[in-house]
Write a protein that binds this ligand. Structure first.
Ligand code: NAI
Ligand code: MG
Length: 350
């Protein structure tokens, strides 16, 4: 029994999660999969109503009672501080120690690639970003804030344990793909905090002799992703390099509407979400593209061993894109729920 927690969240989050849930239902029926889900009321509405962001009881429930968490998006113009989103998303990431952030980037249709002359066979990579350390821990501070003599400091933290566990996950993933791993860092300019990544790579690479391990400075990597995207298979970076390179990579294949992600503590916790935010500008218009959320659910099915169901979901999404059965952001004229209906029909017949 696959036990899922749904956190639709704010804005278009509930609209895309509704469709992802329908697709899960269709996949479960077609492939005889036992699953159950519970929707948790967390987000801006709840915060405005009660002042709760991520109550301790909800956190414990999410930590202990589910196999995976499926998230829509958090962010609402009525909560300018975004405090609820920080507590919920960063709270889950840190407190569940979701150290792997995985974003597959696969070009489905040459139409969506901004690079001249590139096709689907040339762009297929997986960005593996360290998700708990680097300059994103909040460690740092100000001196003489808001004066001309202000000093600001954010501390970049990398632990050898953090490098090792991420690299091992990335190497194992590379084995299931084309067998090339590229570590992207700034070890030239940040020799201490990024040098540790190179030393970790050199120590771990011999455990995976079947994987080609490469290093690239992240600025060079940004350039080569544009000029030679076919050279990249598994791309590894710390929290900062991974954040930037994953957005660059997503732009190569059609942007936010098609970008799924997973945040994992392998073997313990798994959270799946579209990369996009709550898109307040299109809430309620039917223009929200549900494919990123649906592809995220495809990743979930694959991770839990439901390969045929995952293939059916991925295949249906590729089909929708290739035949133009999409929302307006991808050039189609379907509404959010119509895309969901199309995907469900394909999955049911797979
Ligand atoms: P956004 O991703 O929500 O929207 C950027 C642009 O892309 C907008 O024009 C939007 O309409 C469009 N877009 C996004 N997703 C789409 C979809 N599925 N279909 C069609 N068009 C789509 O990013 P933005 O505007 O910077 O942030 C809006 C809110 O979302 C903010 O409160 C922000 O903090 C939050 N946010 C939350 C994230 C999360 O929950 N993981 C990630 C990014 C932003
Ligand atoms: Mg980002």
């Amino acid at each position: 029994m696959l036990r899922l927690a749904l956190l639709p969240g704010d804005g278009i989050g509930p609209e895309v999660i509704d469709q992802a849930t329908r697709v899960l239902g269709a996949a479960a029926a077609r492939f005889d999969l036992a699953w159950q889900h519970e929707t948790l009321d967390l987000g801006a509405e709840r915060y405005l109503r009660t002042g709760d962001t991520l109550p301790e009881a909800s956190f414990v429930h999410l930590r202990d009672d589910f196999d995976a968490i499926v998230v829509g998006a958090f962010g609402d113009p009525r909560v300018p501080s975004n405090v609820h989103a920080k507590d919920i998303l960063l709270g889950l990431r840190q407190r569940l120690d979701l150290y792997v952030n995985l974003r597959p980037v696969k070009l489905l249709d040459a139409r969506f690639c901004p690079l001249k002359g590139r096709g689907p066979s040339e762009i297929d990579m997986a960005i593996v970003r360290e998700n708990t350390e680097s300059v994103y821990t909040g460690i740092g501070g100000h001196l003489r804030k808001d004066t001309p003599h202000e000093v600001a400091q954010s501390v970049m933290i990398h632990t050898r344990m953090g490098c090792d566990r991420l690299l091992r996950h990335a190497f194992a993933l590379a084995r299931t793909r084309r067998g090339v791993l590229t570590l992207c860092d700034k070890a030239n300019a940040i020799p201490h905090a990024h040098g540790i990544w190179r030393r970790a790579l050199a120590a771990i690479a011999p455990e995976f002799p079947d994987v080609e391990a490469r290093t690239l400075y992240a600025d060079v990597a940004a350039m080569r992703m544009v000029t030679h995207p076919h050279e990249f298979d598994v791309v590894v970076g710390d929290n900062l390099m991974g954040d930037i390179l994953s957005d660059l990579a997503a732009a190569l294949v059609g942007g936010l509407g098609l970008a799924p992600s997973a945040s994992l503590h392998p073997g313990l916790h798994a959270l799946y979400e579209p990369v996009h935010g709550s898109a307040p500008d299109i809430v309620g218009t039917g223009k929200a593209n549900p494919l990123a959320a649906i592809l995220s659910v495809g990743m979930l099915l694959r991770d839990f061993g439901h390969t045929a169901a995952a293939d059916a979901v991925d295949g249906a999404c590729a089909n929708a894109v290739l035949s133009g059965e999409t929302t307006p952001d991808l050039g189609g004229n379907l509404a959010t729920s119509e895309v969901g209906t199309y995907i469900c029909a394909h999955v049911s017949r797979a």
